[in-house]
Each structure stands twice: as C-alpha cells, then as structure tokens.
Design a protein around this ligand. Structure first.
Ligand SMILES: [Fe+2]
Length: 262
C-alpha cells in the first residue's frame, strides 16, 4: 500500500473501448461498450482529464513516455495515488450495497449514487477479479470509525464501507450515497469517496473520487488536501454525476470512475 511519501499522479493512454452510460433507469447496469445511452466521454476523460490536459500534465511529471504508449492515444483511466486518510476501516466486508443493510428495509439518508467503473492494468487491459474497496462519510459528513467524532450520531441505515470484485469485464459496481463535506482536525474536506483497488499481479492503489458542481468546486478550493494533489491531474479525480430519471427513486445519481493499477 502506498503512503503519503509515495504520492504521485499518473494517467495512461491506451486503446480502451468506448464505454457509455445508460440513462433513465435505476438498475445495476455499469459502463458497457454496447450501451447506447448518453454519449459518454472516452474512457479516462469522464473523470475530468481531457486528452490535451493529460498530455501536458504527463510531460510536466515526466510521464510523456507513458502517455505515448496508447495505440490510438485514447485515455483508458486516470488516478492519483493518495493516503488512506484517518478513517480507513481496515477489514471491509464484501458488500456492494451500502444503502440498505442486510435484513433491513430502511435506506440510508441522502442521495443514492450508483458508482461503477472499470479497473485496468497499465497496458489498459481490464482486470477481472480486481478488488475494489470504498469508504466514505455519510450524508452528514460523518465516518464510521473509532477515531472519528460523533459516533453516536451515525446513520443507522448506512453501511459506510464495503468491498467488491470486478467482473469478467473489469467492471465494479456499488450502490451508495453522495457523501457530504466535513471538517476534521481543522481541515475542510470536500465531499469524496475513498477507494482502494488491488490485484494479486498488479499491486494496489488508494485514491479518492470527488464530485463536479459549483458547490463542490467552492468547497474544494478550501480543501488543502485536495489542493496538494498533483496539479493538472487532480481534476481527474472529479466525476460528473448523471441523474437517474426513475420517478420512484428521487435524488438518485450515477457516476463512473475508472482506475488503473501497475
Ligand atoms: Fe475522507
């Protein structure tokens, strides 16, 4: 597992297939090449890194050789390695639905988020079986952790963290909620989800995913942890949310976040 001392940003070019979202439903679909929904950005660009900006950042970081690797020059993922933060749970149960606890019917407070993406290796090959862990704050900005404040005020219906495995196409899927920003130890933190990916042959990486939008942008400007991420690559941690139109599920969103290992 990388530490803060290993902090480095990277993103790679490749020839990954175009992957798109569906629209207007609340099923478990994740990005699939055959989906004919909303025209989506090229893989990697969804996370906020345009190809031109990626190449500029790559040159600045001495990664131009990596950027030139892709046959078609199409990004297939972007990530910035970060520390786990103070609230990494350690042991995460196998759990892809953080919204409704097993055996219960009440759902967590907050807006539902269908989070999915593809995990690839440095050659942009999908990684079936890669493990993906997420941990995050709830709708009130609280973590479930013995070192986190206000443990008596947690959302009893929210699961806070979970682990899943990528399928044969390298796709992972979680149902969670959109977290809220918080302050801890005097530091303002914009809303984010911590993610760890691991594969037996490709090591592991911890990163963070943030949300696009004016209010999130405003808080991010005060978030010195985010601001310390490598300039030019940190925007690649920001995802656009797509509303899910199903009337029965108000305040539901879909977001896609691809990552690379190696
Ligand atoms: Fe956090």
């Amino acid at each position: 597992m990388r530490s803060d001392d290993d902090l480095i940003g990277w993103a790679r070019a490749g020839d990954g297939a175009e992957l798109r979202f569906g629209r207007g439903d609340d099923d478990d679909r994740a990005p699939r090449a055959e989906d004919g929904g909303r025209p989506g950005p090229a893989p990697g660009e969804h996370a906020g890194i345009g190809r031109r900006r990626f190449l500029a950042a790559s040159v600045a970081l001495g990664l131009s050789g990596v950027a030139a690797r892709g046959r078609a020059g199409v990004l297939c993922g972007a990530a910035v390695a970060t520390s786990p933060g103070p609230f990494y749970p350690g042991e995460l149960p196998e759990r892809a639905d953080l919204v409704v606890r097993p055996g219960r019917t009440e759902r967590a407070r907050g807006s539902i988020l269908r989070l999915s993406g593809v995990v690839r290796d440095r050659a942009c090959r999908v990684l079936p079986g890669a493990v993906v862990e997420i941990w995050q704050a709830d709708s009130a900005g609280r973590y479930k952790h013995r070192r986190a404040p206000e443990q008596d005020l947690l959302d009893p219906h929210f699961a806070y963290f979970g682990r899943t495995q990528c399928d044969a196409d390298g796709v992972y899927r979680f149902r969670t909620i959109v977290p809220t920003s918080y302050r801890f130890a005097g530091v303002t933190r914009a809303a984010h989800i911590h993610i760890r990916i691991a594969h037996p042959d490709h090591g592991d990486m911890i990163t963070e995913m943030y949300f696009a939008g004016a209010e999130h942008d405003r808080v991010r400007r005060q978030d010195r942890v985010f601001q310390e991420r490598p300039a030019g690559l940190r925007d690649g941690l920001i995802v656009e949310r797509v509303p899910i139109a199903a009337a029965a599920v108000p305040q539901a969103w879909r977001a896609r976040f691809d990552m690379q290992l190696g």
